[in-house]
Design a protein around this ligand. Sequence first.
Ligand SMILES: CC(=O)N[C@H]1[C@@H](OP(=O)(O)OP(=O)(O)OC[C@H]2O[C@@H](n3ccc(=O)[nH]c3=O)[C@H](O)[C@@H]2O)O[C@H](CO)[C@@H](O)[C@@H]1O[C@H](C)C(=O)N[C@@H](C)C(=O)N[C@H](CCC(=O)O)C(=O)O
Ligand SMILES: Nc1ncnc2c1ncn2[C@@H]1O[C@H](COP(=O)(O)OP(=O)(O)OP(=O)(O)O)[C@@H](O)[C@H]1O
Length: 484
Amino acid sequence: MISIERVLEILIQDDNFREIVGADDQLFYSWPEAIHFEQLSYDSRKTDDKTLFFAKGLNFKKEFLTGLSVPFYLSEVDYAVDIPAILVNDVKQAMSLIAQEFYGRPQDKLKILALTGTKGKTTSAYFAKSILDEMNGGKTALLSTAQTTLDGKTYVKSELTTPESLDLLEMMATALKKGMTHLVMEVSSQAYKTKRVYGLSFDVGVFLNISPDHIGPIEHPTFEDYFYCKRQLIKHSHYFVANSEMQGFEVVKQEIEARQIPHAFYGEKSDNQIINSSALDFKLSGLVSGDFSIRLLGRFNQENALATALATKALGANDEQIHSGLAKALVPGRMETLTASSGAKLYIDYAHNGVSLENLVEVVESHHSGRLVLILGSTGNKGESRRKDFAQVIESHPRLEVVLTQDDSNYEDPKAIADEIASQISRPVAYEGNRELAIRDAIALVSGADDAVIIAGKGEDKFQLVNGVREPYLGDVAAAEKYL
Ligand SMILES: CC(=O)N[C@H]1[C@@H](OP(=O)(O)OP(=O)(O)OC[C@H]2O[C@@H](n3ccc(=O)[nH]c3=O)[C@H](O)[C@@H]2O)O[C@H](CO)[C@@H](O)[C@@H]1O[C@H](C)C(=O)N[C@@H](C)C(=O)N[C@H](CCC(=O)O)C(=O)O
Ligand SMILES: Nc1ncnc2c1ncn2[C@@H]1O[C@H](COP(=O)(O)OP(=O)(O)OP(=O)(O)O)[C@@H](O)[C@H]1O
């Protein structure tokens, strides 16, 4: 519950309050009656006469307010309806701070590890949960792109990488109620851009890497904006872990040092390094040292493991817990492997931008000397720059035989997306619009242990986004299993 008085105090303190416009257009700076809200909502379809309703968003329409019984709506715009409006400069900022108070500031009672980066957030989040579970006996909640768990064991599919602030705070409160002591969460650049984590700070923040991605009409206008948004995590973390090998590291380092944030850097330009690396085993030196192993192939996953080891150590995990947590961790849709009846290996991985595709192809190529078939699509209406990047990766790996297919083409024509990729590749590539059939065709092309099929892009996703709707899809693993 939260009173109107407290709502206004929060807004004024944040310099976000304009005024209340009463139903008869009279303006107020304070409200004469005592009102208590028992629910917060940003969806008009989930409101009642005790709800504080946040009218926000690109697609918000005045008619959503028609017939509502809410005592107030909070908004940047006076929609001139017969419901009093609490007017603010920034509705998403208001929503986050009010939600924090409404849900009893759960963020202060949980130890929170927040991860950002273009690639590796989900993998690292699962690594971190596995380590923290070793330390706290399974009391780690997780908010990741793939899945969410608020009781440490029951998983549901996530909608966004970082939830809307109202949902986030409610989830934190639920996690606390369910006895969780720690929360591992991914913080996307969009979360900062759209103020989903406004006013929150984290016990440990991790910046894994950055490469051009998420630049487009509803995401970031430029790479600079993307990088700036990601760097917001620095000033909101009490301890920071950063990859010394990433693009822009000097700026990250300068910012961490200028803000005097306790930190650990990892990678070649630092004291925390991977000093020996084979397929699944590696040795670390520095703050966390010794021999470790993970179940996922690829040097980049060892980097994710090192980042996570440093972050969880800062939260109190010891080397033994780090060791066993990393050894046990599995990540849905990341580097899952299957073996066809012919002996050929199938690699199913969520790689869906140029950098991660490059890494994935390199790893698989280094383990297979025979035929290599790649199944790949690219998203419609977002991440348009990936198409050129995918073509470049395919160009630089001439051994790849490519079957282009559909991957969340949304309102675009999947064939046109494929044609755009194919037009930048100098050898012929195949196209099969039905993803399951593309997988079937690829499996038919390989014939022995030296051969491999790489199924990139969707990981564990069990849907295809078509014309704004998530149509059911078997999932890459289940589709592949049908044709092994
Ligand atoms: C640009 C952006 O961040 N958009 C997100 C944002 O949208 P929005 O606030 O503009 O709201 P909207 O979807 O236009 O809808 C308008 C409002 O009307 C309300 N409504 C609607 C119908 C109705 O009858 N009544 C009503 O009140 C809705 O509840 C909503 O509040 O808030 C919505 C939830 O409230 C999100 O679904 C939506 O994510 C869009 C779909 C999205 O794709 N976001 C991507 C870019 C994103 O955020 N990705 C990052 C990951 C990036 C990475 O991988 O690194 C993420 O954190 O997930
Ligand atoms: N540190 C890394 N550097 C480069 N590529 C990586 C790294 N970690 C993982 N990848 C690749 O990127 C893909 C996505 O990994 P993951 O889901 O862990 O990252 P993410 O940051 O959560 O991604 P997204 O924001 O796209 O959901 C993996 O399937 C793997 O191919």
